[in-house]
Design a protein around this ligand. Structure first.
Ligand code: NAG
Ligand code: NAG
Ligand code: NAG
Ligand code: NAG
Ligand code: NAG
Ligand code: NAG
Ligand code: NAG
Ligand code: NAG
Ligand code: NAG
Ligand code: NAG
Ligand code: NAG
Length: 633
């Protein structure tokens, strides 16, 4: 145990004196030299970005064949001569870059450590860690005297904090490059805004471009897909000394990071070694609703609607004419006077990105009920919400509600203040449609089983199928395509991806999800989860190595592998599956599209019935049914 701890200390501190990953007093680094981190993940040296001739000191991925720079030291002060740059440690322990030609210092770490007997700069050295962090060590002392992770450029690496150090005043934020050829400080920044409910904000100069929404305990409120991913372990820390956002990779051998590019878009590239290329998992802002204040004050944005902007209940466009020509910047105003305290109330809007909190107050000790009381007390309070998914804490807004979006996933509700008339109109509407839910007269377990299908996020699916590579395509149909995939835990899957414009497919998709989630039989294909994100709809199944029955049956050579015994077993299996659907499961299900291409075969050639898009449920005791629609086969 002791030796393990010693080993850990060794790793996290400066005790190693390996030569290739360090810059020491007597070791200069000239243009053309490089140092490489201990495990070989990162390299540091001179480079020229894009088509530029200028020389910069940077850190890049060493194992990635496409040069990808993650940090630049002298971004605003390059060396013009491709062979004159030198890096060394000066007598104060600073790492300096100078131009050997002019002897001008172009960059320095600028630390100021009083040199005493205890800190002798001759024992100091810089070391490139395997995380991509360049750190200054003093002999065998544990603490870093300086580290490049405290001075991010445009890249957020695993293990790097973005936020604020309240002790040192350091602002750990990203700033874009000017262009792919020019790493100097660009106009976009991505930084933490310190408020009572802190959040990250992407800005162009001082204009907000995108905000993440406050941290909800699991994810940024405005990025609900974050909490359902299997790649990144995100955390947010809000302590007395530091407020920061950090992430790590669940599987450390997956190379991924976030970068604020010169166009002001945050990209999330992941390296696909087999393809020797980066695939981008997500853009922020990417969705049509992710641009700041898209729908103006008291507007709400829903990217699934053709008309993405709508006014909150009780509000109407301030300028209907502008609204009509899609200029929503003027936002919405109340339809009628609120008449505070005269029957006004609050309306719950589900799954929302919470408004900009600059004009919100936080009451951390209040729960959601007391939050309403607090908001009701003051007539200028326009709405309230809990910042956390667990419903604790209270945010109350005073003034305009700005930058609201509606999601299909997520669990956060926004309560908006509406006038008495609006409230009663809404109640009438609810009475007109007494039940949107399915009839609940059946009481058996299967029907009422809580619908809990694992949800996979788009990142995971993209990675698993190598960005839906044509090489991984197993087949296609009217609904879209099926891909083979591999989850990072090694499980093989089949991903059925609905084509974006198959409007008809959506009903079938829902049908299949609901049905398969409730059914379980060895002769029915097992659904592992689904993915509904942006415009994508996918079903994830266990992978069937022997594909489908038609693939074997209707091929002159492949059909020889199907002897009579095997054919008999397959027929029996299908029959057992059908019997289960018709009789043994307490839902009565007619598949309505049973054909060889919908019979999948596992590694032992067991048949599994698939494709429940057309299937129909009958009542538990119903033995006859009529249909007006001709479907399937
Ligand atoms: C490189 O050239 C630019 C413009 O030609 C000049 O402003 C800059 O000082 C030069 N840098 C060095 C290190 O000589
Ligand atoms: C670049 O620097 C090298 C080494 O200091 C020197 O020999 C060479 O003349 C310089 N070239 C230019 C164009 O300044
Ligand atoms: C170091 O300090 C000098 C002078 O205060 C400043 O011009 C320079 O930008 C600083 N360099 C860094 C890397 O902070
Ligand atoms: C630093 O240490 C070196 C070697 O141990 C020694 O020669 C030098 O005098 C020391 N410098 C100071 C300022 O103590
Ligand atoms: C941190 O730096 C960014 C980018 O320069 C800036 O936009 C932001 O306001 C700073 N945050 C604080 C708290 O100073
Ligand atoms: C996720 O990150 C947190 C904080 O950085 C860490 O404590 C935790 O162990 C990580 N979880 C996994 C599964 O890696
Ligand atoms: C209501 O809130 C507004 C805005 O914060 C504040 O100016 C006002 O004093 C509050 N009124 C009461 C009665 O608390
Ligand atoms: C981690 O990822 C690597 C590379 O993709 C893969 O080979 C390995 O099996 C993964 N490990 C786990 C535990 O998922
Ligand atoms: C295989 O398929 C061909 C063409 O459909 C057919 O002529 C042949 O009899 C089949 N063979 C077997 C073993 O079923
Ligand atoms: C079925 O799949 C297994 C495992 O991949 C394979 O060994 C077997 O040859 C396949 N059988 C047929 C008939 O293709
Ligand atoms: C010492 C040295 O190499 N000086 C060179 C620096 O670069 C200029 C041209 O930019 C040369 O003229 C000097 O000879």
């Amino acid at each position: 145990m002791d030796s393990l701890i010693a080993l850990l200390i060794l790793y996290t501190s400066c005790l190693c004196y390996a030569a290739t990953d360090t810059i020491t007093q007597d070791k200069f680094l000239r243009d053309g030299d490089r140092i490489v981190s201990n495990g070989g993940n990162f390299a540091l040296g001179f480079f020229s970005p894009g088509n530029s001739q200028k020389r910069y000191i940077g850190i890049w991925f060493n194992k990635v064949s496409v040069q990808t720079v993650v940090w630049v030291a002298n971004r605003d002060n390059p060396i013009n001569n491709s062979s004159s740059g030198v890096v060394k440690i000066d007598h104060n322990g600073n790492l300096v870059i100078f131009d050997g030609n002019s002897s001008n210092t172009v960059w320095s770490t600028n630390i100021s450590i009083p040199i005493t007997e205890k800190t002798n700069s001759s024992t100091m050295f810089y070391k490139l860690l395997d995380s991509g962090n360049l750190v200054l060590c003093d002999g065998n002392k544990g603490d870093f005297l300086w580290q490049s992770f405290h001075y991010p450029t445009n890249t957020h690496l695993p293990g790097m904090k973005l936020g604020l150090s309240l002790k040192s005043g350091l602002n750990w934020s990203l700033t874009s490059w000017k262009s792919p050829d020019d790493p100097s400080t660009g106009e976009f920044s991505y930084s933490l805004i310190r408020m009572e409910a802190p959040e990250m904000v992407l800005k162009k100069a001082s204009q907000k471009v995108w905000r993440t929404g406050p941290w909800n305990g699991q994810a940024w409120n405005g990025v609900p897909d974050m909490s359902r991913n299997f790649l990144f372990n995100y955390s947010f820390v809000n302590s007395q000394d530091e407020i920061y956002f950090i992430f790590s990779m669940y599987n450390a051998s997956i190379i991924s990071f976030f970068v604020l590019n010169d166009q002001g878009i945050i990209k999330g590239p992941t390296w696909v070694e087999g393809d020797h290329r980066w695939i981008n998992l997500r853009d922020y802002p990417g969705d049509r609703c992710e641009n700041y204040e898209k729908c103006g004050a008291f507007g709400s944005c829903n990217s699934n609607n053709a008309e993405i902007c709508s006014c909150l209940p009780g509000y109407e466009p301030r300028s209907p004419r502008d609204w009509y020509i899609a200029d929503r910047s003027k936002g919405c105003v109340r339809k009628r006077e609120l008449l505070c305290g005269q029957g006004d109330g609050f309306l719950k809007l589900e799954k929302r990105k919470l408004p900009d909190t600059s004009n919100a107050r936080v009451y951390m000790s209040l729960g959601i009920e007391d939050c309403e009381v607090e908001c009701r007390k003051n007539c200028s309070c326009t709405g309230y919400a809990s910042p956390y998914v667990d419903g604790s804490g209270c945010l109350a807004w005073f003034g305009d509600l700005i930058d609201i979006a509606e999601f299909t996933v997520g669990r956060q509700d926004l309560f908006v203040r509406v006038d008495a008339i609006e409230l009663s109109l809404l109640q009438e509407k609810l009475q007109e449609q007494p039940s949107i839910n399915l009839p609940t007269s059946r009481t058996n377990d299967e029907t009422n089983a809580k619908f809990e299908l694992p949800i996979f996020d788009l990142n995971t699916m993209t990675l698993a199928t190598e960005n839906f590579s044509p090489d991984n395509k197993l087949g296609a149909g009217g609904f879209g395509s099926v891909y083979k995939g591999k989850l990072i835990d090694g499980r093989e899957i089949a991903v059925k991806r609905l084509s974006k414009n198959s409007g008809q497919g959506v009903t079938e998709f829902k049908n299949e999800v609901v049905l398969l989630a409730k059914l379980q039989h060895r002769n029915l294909v097992q659904i592992l989860g689904c993915c509904v994100e942006e415009e994508e709809k996918m079903l994830i199944y266990e992978y069937m190595p022997n594909r489908s029955l038609d693939f074997l049956l209707f091929d002159r050579t492949r059909n020889t592998s199907l002897d009579w015994r095997l054919r008999h077993d397959i027929i029996m299996g299908i029959a057992r599956g059908v019997l289960y659907l018709h009789q043994d499961s307490r839902l009565r299900i007619v598949h309505r599209d049973l054909k060889a291409s919908n019979i999948l075969l596992d590694a032992s050639m067991n048949p599994k019935i698939s494709d429940f898009g057309m299937a129909r449920i009958f009542g538990g005791d119903q033995t006859q049914g009529n249909t007006k629609r001709v479907v399937g086969t």
